[in-house]
Design a protein around this ligand. Structure first.
Ligand SMILES: Nc1nc2c(c(=O)[nH]1)N[C@H]1C(S)=C(S)[C@@H](COP(=O)(O)OP(=O)(O)OC[C@H]3O[C@@H](n4cnc5c(N)ncnc54)[C@H](O)[C@@H]3O)O[C@H]1N2
Ligand code: MOO
Length: 419
């Protein structure tokens, strides 16, 4: 026998000697450094502004509230006309209601009926709750002392006119729309939606709904990635499935680069005989095949095709989703104009036990139950049922660690990524 076999490790994440493994954080900071905003700006009305990314700061056109008003249903008067102990004030005729202000000034030594949201008439600086008075319709009686300014809202106490209410890069929420409406902003400059092309690769793939040969599997990554992109607030572009033929895949990349700002492919990212994605990116001269110290998702291929950034995601669906969440999501947010977004990380007690090896970061399919993180029974990277079972990921550090029941671990809910 002339061939000397290597020691059997049966661990595709074992660190081959001499290989440079890029830690996750280093890969992320490298990505952040290389990318910048690619989307132009357009103007939209409030109705079309939800989930859009602001291209410039927004200033309040008007104060909120615009005029001093009452916070309650009650009676308004001048604080100077009140004292300690039981007392009475005669009522003026009329009232001030929201949208129907009292059009005269308060007569000295009087009170006036006032409703929630109504502008304070000239001379009123304090309001008493109707529950705190007795009245016969002619006068009100109540106990002092009453605090000056009680139950009133100052003009601009929430927001002053001209104040910066939202800053560029903000992804607009329902509450932001309320804030803009309240402060008289009806149109905003936002970023055009980032266009993200999705290509699946592999001769084994069949389209859901078609008849699949016995040796084929249905393309699961494409529907997953397209819908993730929609949830992130970007515009998905479905490029379909590319066969394992290098020239055809080249055509897919050319068409995708024409139409999109970013390309996500899945499959063919590692270095097998049919791993055409990594070979093509390599050939384009732009390839950074990062051997990232991550499980799952190690063979992430990053490159630029005709000026368009490409994320060559691993084919295994679990690895494709993890790489999208950990690498592509923050990168696409940056390209889209929202800045680099770090995901929400909650520290919660573990409801599982695991001994983790050093040298790679690990992501486990997880969900919170009774405030604790439980994990999917299998770590198999093709176990799509676990992705669906999970409601987030547990992130285990690069170093070795022993997790036991109740050990604090990091849980990253899918919702924190925008899913
Ligand atoms: N000798 C080694 N083999 C493998 C290693 C290794 O280190 N040494 N790493 C494994 C890991 S981890 C991953 S991840 C995969 C990555 O490979 P590729 O990115 O080249 O992906 P493919 O080989 O094309 O596919 C992997 C797997 O995923 C299935 N797949 C692909 N696309 C889809 C899709 N759209 N929907 C559903 N499933 C899909 C494909 O059929 C394969 O089963 O390499 C390992 N091998
Ligand atoms: O890293 Mo592979 O990405 O586990 O399946």
């Amino acid at each position: 026998m002339t061939l000397t076999p290597p020691p059997l490790k049966d661990d595709c994440f074992a660190l081959p000697s001499g290989t440079q493994w890029t830690p996750v954080d280093e890969a992320l900071s490298e990505l952040k450094k290389r990318l910048s905003v690619v989307t132009t700006a357009e103007s939209v009305g409030l109705a079309g502004a939800l989930d859009r990314i602001l291209a410039e700061d927004v200033l309040a056109s008007r104060a909120n509230p615009p005029r001093p008003n009452s916070a309650v249903d009650g009676y308004g008067f001048a604080h100077a006309d009140t004292k300690e102990g039981p007392q009475a004030l005669p009522l003026m005729e009329g009232r001030s209601a929201a949208g129907q202000p009292f059009d005269r000034s308060l007569a000295a030594g009087h009170a006036i009926r006032i409703l929630t949201g109504a502008t304070l008439p000239e001379g009123v600086d304090t309001v008493i709750l109707q529950e705190d008075v007795s009245t016969d319709g002619q006068a009100i009686a109540f106990h002092g002392p009453v605090r000056k300014g009680a139950n009133t809202r100052r003009a601009g106490e929430d927001v002053d006119a001209g104040e910066t209410i939202l800053t560029a890069g903000r992804k607009l929420t329902p509450a932001d729309l309320a804030l803009m409406a309240a402060t008289g902003v009806s149109e905003v400059l936002v970023r055009r939606k980032l266009r993200v092309a999705v290509v699946s690769t592999g001769d084994e793939l069949a389209e859901p709904g078609e008849t699949a040969r016995a040796d084929q599997i249905f393309d699961a990554n494409r529907p997953m990635l397209l819908s993730m992109i929609r949830r992130f607030g970007f515009e998905p572009i479905d490029m379909g499935r590319a066969p394992d033929v290098r020239d055809e895949l080249r055509g897919f990349l050319d068409r995708a680069a024409d139409q999109a700002d970013v390309i996500l492919t899945s499959g063919g990212a590692s270095a097998g005989d049919e791993d055409h994605m990594s070979a093509l990116l390599n050939e384009s001269g732009s390839m950074t095949l990062w051997r990232i110290a991550i499980k799952p998702g190690r063979p992430l291929a990053l490159g630029v095709w005709k000026g368009t950034p490409v994320f060559g995601l691993p084919g295994n669906p679990v690895a494709a989703m993890v790489c999208t969440l950990v690498f592509a999501k923050p990168a696409m947010s940056l390209l889209a104009g929202a800045g680099w977004e770090s995901p929400l990380r909650l520290t919660v007690p573990a409801a599982f036990a695991k001994s983790k090896k050093p040298g790679r970061r690990e992501y486990l399919r997880a969900r919170l139950r009774d405030g604790k993180a439980e994990v999917f029974a299998s770590e198999g990277s093709g176990r799509i049922s676990g992705l669906s079972w999970a409601e987030g990921l547990v992130e285990l550090p690069d170093e070795a660690c022993d997790v036991d029941h109740e050990t604090p671990v990091i849980f990253m809910p899918y919702a924190g990524f925008g899913l």
